[in-house]
Ligand binder design. Structure first.
Ligand SMILES: NC(=O)C1=CN([C@@H]2O[C@H](COP(=O)(O)OP(=O)(O)OC[C@H]3O[C@@H](n4cnc5c(N)ncnc54)[C@H](O)[C@@H]3O)[C@@H](O)[C@H]2O)[C@@H](O)CC1
Ligand SMILES: [K+]
Length: 560
């Protein structure tokens, strides 16, 4: 499990460590681990470390210090290191170490006196700034500052770009010349995306400028003009090497989309007893949560799932939901719906039993139009019956519009951002889809507070919140999974899990939160497994569930 902490929690844990030893020691350890990680990447890309090029973007604080010390260590290993300083004052000892190791430095600062040359030293192949037009300048930057040329040349010759502009001390989006550097480098890296020589971007502790606590990204409105040329005001990383503990913002969308792989460097922080902001299940955690039948199990104690899904207009949603539940290993599915859809469902999944009966959990809503009277009535009946019998329920799609004001914490809502915004707006909140996308954790928590339900907010990164403040963020799905019917599969899969552990979920509703996160994880893994690297249809995902679950259970922390 990866645990994500707030900047304040990490600083508090660091404080006791800093009190115990010389202050520079932590930074040296962080920087050394970072350099080792970058060296490993360089070796993988080029076969050897010496002779590689690394461009280091340096901000005013200790994050820049980490980057400078790492640059120094890499320079000692024969790497051509060019540091771009974005502030007139940077970490002194780090800068001295880099220079002593043979690293070179470009100053990209706004406040140079007229006529001053911003370049302490130039990268191989770079030319003095008078000749900047020799480089392919992006539109609008042709008349830009003199540091642009050397930075362009630095990116061009870099195997790795280290983003050490801002870390947990960032307040708001990157400002000033550092923002211009981010814009320029992000634009260049993006333009080189399809090329084999594109540099790898490694974020030092965090991609600079993200909200390290809630994962918000700087908005375009906050960006100065040059940034508008390239967009988001953040340099998307391929790898984030984070120190002491993962920061919550790395795990939370939308920032989770720009952190790449996460590597946590152990600094010996004592976080025992500190409740993380958010957690991410790894495969072994998911395996541990999965209900596995014992030798004496029968279909009833493995969980019977009631499903109210589909209408004559959307029969496919019912097929996908029940298929996913069956494929996920539920003991039995009871399907409730109109005769025509029932016939389609039973034809597709002969294991399904039609009509009401005893169940351990419900899924209601996939493919249900809340204005379709018979199915809407079945959804309401199921919600009432589940409340009376204390049974978990997955409330998806059309059933979200039929939700009572308050529900039990073992009721799991599965909205996407637009549906969550609507659900909140109906409860008096002033919020639109874009607000939910910008601050998903905040709004998911709000929905939990208002309804009492566990809330699984679907997206490229899925956020789940619920009882006791538990929060998870899962990012296991390929982008191909954004396809019609994928949500129906998730609902059926989650229903199977809740049916399999129904009593435990009701006894401890925080388990509903963990199981919802596990379902999101398996859903993403199955999509990747169904069609590695290519387009995937919802039914493919459902069909890939048995093999995905088998692999999880067989090896625990198995890597695909
Ligand atoms: N505290 C510790 O014990 C350790 C900290 N480490 C590093 O130290 C970092 C935190 O260092 P700092 O507290 O110095 O903070 P940062 O280096 O993240 O940034 C603080 C500096 O940036 C400026 N700044 C803040 N927001 C800005 C913005 N939006 N635009 C432009 N400038 C802005 C501030 O004025 C300040 O000078 C961590 O992220 C990590 O990289 C590591 O060395 C490990 C140990
Ligand atoms: K950074």
């Amino acid at each position: 499990m990866i645990l994500g902490y707030s900047a304040a929690q990490v600083r508090a844990a660091e404080a006791s460590l800093l009190a115990a030893g010389p202050p520079a020691e932590l930074m040296e350890r962080a920087a050394f681990a970072l350099a080792v990680r970058v060296a490993r990447e360089l070796r993988q890309r080029r076969g050897r470390v010496a002779g590689a090029g690394v461009l280091v973007l340096v901000g005013p604080g200790n994050n820049g210090g980490d980057a400078l010390f790492a640059g120094a260590e890499l320079a000692r290993r024969g790497v051509r290191v060019l540091a771009v300083l974005t502030s007139s004052s940077v970490h002194d000892a780090g800068l001295a170490a880099l220079r002593a190791a043979g690293g070179r430095v470009v100053r990209a600062v706004d406040d140079l006196p007229d006529g001053a040359v911003p370049v302490d030293d130039l990268p191989d192949g770079a030319v003095p700034d008078d000749d900047v037009p020799d480089f392919a300048l992006p539109d609008g930057a042709a008349t830009g500052p003199r540091w642009v040329g050397p930075v362009l040349a630095g990116v061009e010759s870099a195997d790795v770009v280290l983003d050490g502009l801002l870390g947990i001390g960032a307040r708001g989006p990157v400002r000033g010349v550092a923002a211009e550097v981010v814009a320029l480098v992000a634009g260049l890296v993006d333009a080189a995306n399809a090329e084999p020589g594109r540099p790898l971007v490694v974020a030092v502790d965090t991609p600079s400028g993200i909200d390290v606590d809630d994962g918000a990204l700087p908005g375009p409105a906050a960006a100065p003009d040059p940034v508008a040329l390239f967009g988001p005001g953040v340099l998307p990383a391929d790898l984030t090497v984070t120190f002491g503990a993962a920061k919550a913002g790395l795990l939370l969308p939308p920032a989770s989309g720009v952190v790449g792989m996460i590597d946590v460097v152990d600094l010996g922080l004592d976080l025992a007893g500190v409740v993380p902001v958010v957690a991410r299940l790894e495969r072994s955690d998911v395996a541990g949560l999965w209900p596995v039948p014992g030798s004496s199990s029968h279909k009833y104690d493995r969980g019977v799932l009631g499903v109210v899904a589909g209408t004559p207009r959307y029969p496919g949603a019912a097929v996908l939901t029940v298929t996913a539940a069956v494929r996920a290993g539920v003991g039995m599915v009871r399907y409730v719906g109109p005769p025509g859809v029932t016939a389609t469902v039973v034809a597709a999944r002969p294991e399904v039993v039609a009509g009401y009966g005893r169940v351990q959990a419900w899924v209601v809503g996939p493919g249900v139009d809340p204005l379709d009277p018979p199915q809407a009535a079945h959804v309401r009946d199921a919600l009432v019956a589940a409340h009376a019998a204390r049974l978990p329920v997955v409330v998806d799609a059309g059933a979200l519009d039929l939700l009572p004001d308050r529900v039990d914490p073992w009721v799991v809502l599965t909205p996407h951002a637009g549906e969550l915004a609507r659900l909140l707006a109906e409860r008096g909140e002033i919020v639109e889809r874009g607000d939910v996308e910008a601050h998903p954790l905040t709004w998911a928590r709000r929905a939990h507070a208002l309804t009492g339900a566990t809330v699984l907010l679907k997206g490229a990164t899925t956020v789940v919140v619920g009882a006791g403040g538990a929060a998870y963020s899962q990012q296991d799905a390929p982008a191909w999974l954004a396809t019609a019917g994928a949500g129906d599969v998730l609902a059926g899969l989650l229903g199977a899990l809740l049916a399999g552990r129904s009593d435990e979920v009701v006894a401890d509703p925080t388990l509903a939160v963990a199981l919802a996160a596990a379902a999101a994880s398996v859903h993403g893994l199955a999509a990747g497994r169904a069609r590695p690297g290519g387009p995937v249809a919802a039914l493919d995902v459902a069909d890939a569930l048995p093999a995905t679950i088998a692999a999880l259970l067989a090896v625990g922390d198995w890597r695909a």
